[in-house]
Design a protein around this ligand. Structure first.
Ligand code: ARG
Length: 467
């Protein structure tokens, strides 16, 4: 009697070839169960679809198929109930499930792995998991758009300074400013939808790398799992992680948008601005300075974008230069992807909370818009429109008027007509109509411009497009 049949194999999956046990450190570096257990539902769904297909194709008996399906169902229940014991010795989610299946139904469990490999199995599970993550993220982004649209509608005519170089540039409406983020989120959702479309092909049945000699029906498993079609090339199917990279890239860009918005919230809450206030629900106090109200949630959204970008660069680096087909390197795809999904979801939820929570300080916004000669462009435009000056000359005249106002420490509207005429005698009284910030924004009716009537229309249009 040989050694291998006398004692239990060192490893149930490859014990035929292996007599020794892995070193403790080998087990530690090799095992992915600590994180890939998050794939349990997808793993079991994939196995059930595979099993049903094997029965239909008469590769597996109906009896074994039933036993396997029943066992998988029980395992799902055990995991959901928190009763399943995940074991590092079984390396990953695929083998943990299979080993438990063997405990539950005996040797028939070993037939489930016919015509598949962990390579196509993990690629399938991971695509299913990310597809769900994309769908969750899309719902959250849509909800955030809805929240922004609510505030934009409320503040369609609320005047605030618009900035370039963080210098007051021209008056805009707060609603218009918020709508800018609705557009960004729309593109973020579009990128995720594109990623989902390309991701939605099923690797199952590609087996280890070359396909299989069993008469499987890959179209059936693809359809059963909600994929649009099976992947076309078995080598590509087990070695492609583009879908994770695309997801992370889209998430990193979305994170950049959330981070920019977070930064604006932080600025707007600061003493120099006071444009908005967040309630106790989204701020924290200081343990030493009783007057403080810190926008911690916004600061953390701003910061967490670093994780999103870092995860993307990390996986790009893992994948770079990997020869076809599968390499264990690719096991490193999951932790950063999970981290990205978790971080993005947290940031979207926190941003949504802040948008619903924030109150605008309309008086402070308007006062700031009135400072900083924000209607200087309106004045120059008036000189062009009414007096027929070339824009460059109008710009020059306006510059002199701004200089004069600055010297006197007043706003443009506070200069007298005589003072204006001292700089250009052609100026007449109606110029004062365009120096007011409300008339400035009201005049910006060009398509996509900031006028309150535009904002109202844009809100309705965005609701049509996005909600
Ligand atoms: N845990 C592995 C992973 O996440 C599953 C695939 C293992 N395949 C293999 N040939 N060792 O990539």
């Amino acid at each position: 009697m040989s050694e291998s049949t006398a004692s239990p194999p060192a490893n149930a999956a490859w014990g035929g070839r292996f007599a020794g046990r892995p070193a403790e450190i080998m087990e530690r570096i090799n095992a992915s169960i600590d994180f890939d257990k998050r794939l349990f539902a997808e793993d079991i769904a994939g196995s059930k679809a595979h099993c049903a297909m094997l029965v239909r194709q008469k590769i597996l008996s109906a009896e074994d198929g039933e036993a396997i399906a029943g066992g998988l169902e029980q395992i799902l229940g055990e995991i959901l109930a928190g009763k399943f014991v995940f074991k590092r010795a079984h390396e990953d989610i695929h083998m943990n499930v299979e080993q438990r299946l063997a405990e539950l139904i005996g040797p028939a469990a070993g037939r489930l792995h016919t015509a598949r490999s962990r390579n196509d199995q993990v690629a399938t599970d991971f695509r299913l998991w990310l597809r769900n993550a994309i769908d969750r993220g899309d719902r959250q982004m849509q909800a955030l758009q809805a929240a922004l649209l609510g505030q934009a509608e409320r503040h369609a005519a609320t005047v605030m300074p618009g900035f370039t170089h963080l210098q007051i540039a021209q008056p805009v409406t707060f609603g218009h400013h918020l709508l800018a983020y609705v557009e960004m989120l729309g593109r973020d959702r579009g990128r995720m939808a594109d990623c989902r479309k390309r991701l939605n092909e099923c690797p199952l049945g590609s087996a280890a790398l070359a396909g299989t000699s069993f008469p499987i029906d890959r179209h059936a498993t693809a359809a059963a799992l909600g994929f649009d079609r099976p992947t076309a090339n078995s080598l590509d199917a087990v070695s492609d992680r583009d879908f994770a990279l695309e997801y992370m890239a889209a998430a990193a860009i979305a994170g950049v948008h959330l981070s920019r918005f977070a930064e604006e919230i932080i600025l707007w809450c600061s003493d120099g601005f006071r444009f908005v206030a967040l309630s106790d629900a989204f701020t924290s106090g200081s343990s030493i300075m009783p007057q403080k109200r810190n926008p911690d949630a916004a600061e953390l959204v701003r910061a967490k974008t670093g994780r999103l970008a870092g995860a993307l660069v990390g996986l790009l680096t893992v994948m770079k230069g990997l020869p076809l087909a599968y390499g264990k390197d690719m096991q490193e795809d999951k932790e950063p992807s999970f981290e990205v999904a978790d971080t993005l979801e947290l940031c979207l939820a926190a941003t949504m909370g802040m948008v619903l929570d924030l109150t605008a300080n309309e008086a402070a916004m308007r006062a700031a818009a009135e400072r900083g000669f924000s209607t200087a462009t309106d004045l120059a435009d008036w000189l062009v429109r009414v007096l027929g000056l070339p824009f460059r000359e109008a710009h020059h005249v306006t510059g002199s008027l701004v200089k004069r106002a600055e010297e006197r420490g007043v706003q443009l509207a506070q200069l007298s007509l005589a003072e204006m005429q001292a700089i250009d005698q052609r100026i007449t009284n109606p110029v004062f109509d365009v120096l007011d910030v409300a008339s400035s924004v009201a005049s910006r009716t060009s398509f996509g411009g900031t006028a309150p009537e535009n904002v109202e229309r844009a809100v309705a249009n965005a609701r049509e497009r996005f909600l």
